[in-house]
Design a protein around this ligand. Structure first.
Ligand SMILES: Cc1cc2nc3c(=O)[nH]c(=O)nc-3n(C[C@H](O)[C@H](O)[C@H](O)COP(=O)(O)OP(=O)(O)OC[C@H]3O[C@@H](n4cnc5c(N)ncnc54)[C@H](O)[C@@H]3O)c2cc1C
Length: 404
């Protein structure tokens, strides 16, 4: 098997690795995926905005469309409803396969193959100290190399560019010593059937007694099928079970429901300090391309994947100096950094709010007729403007009531 003929090797066959590969138009690309199929195991609520669906290339797998959300705090709730569809609910296994199928027309896949960054260049065998020296020179001159384990054999690959699209744990990023400034949240999710929900809305539960530092959700997949999930700093699974059994609204909504699929996963909230190191680039969850307030990673990831692929294409086509790849870091930051930065700051405020304050915030939104403002201006991919506006008004109101 001649695996050393690829210009680019992407480690990770998730949607973001695939879209990166698809964007490298005129060079040989290999995607290395550790699982025997793409899209498994499921680790996603599958909720994607209209813009996100476009960015992902309109993949198959839509199972529901939603027009808004019910947001519950401990003692209050608001309903945000648009006339139009605001987001789509996907069956991720179908979406991921469809994206991979589309991409496979020009990109090769190696499934059940595990990629590692190599510390020693494969053509250096003899003297260890000489090896290390040579590797350093090679990194300076050419960059990292890869080792791929496949069917019991190890293959050494020496592509011009390596992409780490290997998800939240990114062993590729860690091997390169790329510093991550982030939290990793623990998530758990159950698909349940035989439930009865208003399938036009998602349900968000902001209640610190169930999830102290994030939130819980119910995403309808149709009239009698939902995904119920929760993320928090730790112990997502037990907290989810507690939510389903004891939350006054959730337990009623899901009464009689039968679980048919269980999944756990991790959410990276933060970012990689550098996403380009020599000939290595990180993208998607591996780079922290995730919305800090919702955990959604498909829209930002797909956007950055295209930037990543385009920069690699230009680098190879025009035979630029290796430093050219740094352009990717600048370009993706230009696109989504403001939102990530705002999201991280806003998250710090939310973490400090207790249930009483969250109740007050929802009450304030309802009493001040801000729901129409949210419907009109709200954007689930770029929430900073609307949230900033609401929060300034809310804080102004808190200060006023303190002064009176
Ligand atoms: C509970 C939960 C709910 C979520 N809900 C939503 C949602 O509703 N909407 C949304 O937009 N986002 C959601 N997300 C986030 C979303 O799932 C991710 O942002 C998205 O999957 C990131 O795609 P990716 O391709 O970067 O990484 P992944 O989908 O994680 O793909 C990485 C791939 O790399 C492979 N891999 C890893 N290491 C190696 C290796 N060394 N060699 C070979 N292969 C390797 C893995 O097997 C995997 O297939 C959710 C996440 C969680 C945990």
């Amino acid at each position: 098997m001649d695996l050393d003929r690829y210009d680019v090797v992407i480690v990770g066959g998730g949607p973001i690795g695939c879209i990166t590969g698809e964007s490298i138009k005129h060079h040989k690309v290999l995607i290395v995926e550790e699982h025997s199929a793409v899209g498994v195991p499921l680790q996603c609520g599958g909720l994607v905005s209209k813009k996100g669906v476009k960015e992902l290339g309109y993949p198959k797998g839509v199972v529901n469309k939603v027009k808004g959300a019910y947001i519950f705090s401990k003692n209050r709730s608001i309903k945000i409803e648009d006339r139009d569809i605001r987001a789509y609910v996907f069956e991720r296994k179908i979406m991921d396969k469809d994206i991979a199928k589309r991409v496979s027309k020009k990109v090769d896949f190696l499934l059940k193959a595990y990629g590692r960054l190599v510390k020693t260049p494969y053509h250096q065998k003899e003297n260890r100290s000489e090896n290390i020296l040579n590797f350093k020179n090679q990194i300076k001159k050419k960059g990292y190399t890869l080792s791929v384990s496949f069917m019991g054999d190890n293959y050494r690959l020496n592509p011009k560019v390596i992409v780490g699209a290997d998800g939240v744990r990114s062993s590729i990023g860690r091997s390169a010593g790329i510093p991550m400034i982030r939290e990793v949240l623990s998530g758990a999710q159950l698909e349940m059937v035989n439930v009865n929900v208003d399938s036009d809305f998602v349900y968000i539960f902001l209640d610190k007694s169930y999830s102290k530092d994030f939130f819980a959700w119910i995403i309808p997949m149709g009239e009698d099928r939902v995904r119920v999930g929760l993320c928090d700093t730790s112990d997502g699974y037990n907290k989810l079970i507690n939510l389903i059994e004891n939350h006054p609204v959730v337990s009623q909504m899901l009464k009689g429901g039968i679980p048919v699929e269980f999944s756990v996963g991790a959410l990276p909230i933060g970012y990689a300090k550098e996403t380009v190191k020599n000939n290595l680039l990180l993208v998607g969850d591996a780079a922290g391309h995730v919305k800090p307030l919702s955990g959604g990673g498909l829209y930002y990831g797909a956007k950055c994947a295209k930037i990543c692929g385009n920069v690699i294409e230009e680098y190879l086509r025009e035979e630029h100096d290796i430093g050219y790849l740094k352009k990717y870091h600048k370009l993706w930051k230009r696109e989504i950094w403001r939102e990530i930065d705002f999201g991280l700051k806003f998250r710090r405020i939310l973490k400090k709010m207790d249930n009483n304050k969250i109740d007050k915030l929802l009450e304030f939104i309802e009493k001040n007729e801000l729901i129409d403002y949210i419907v009109e201006k709200g954007d689930m991919d770029n929430p900073s403007k609307v949230l900033e506006g609401i929060f300034k008004k809310f804080l102004g109101n808190c200060i006023k009531s303190l002064l009176n």
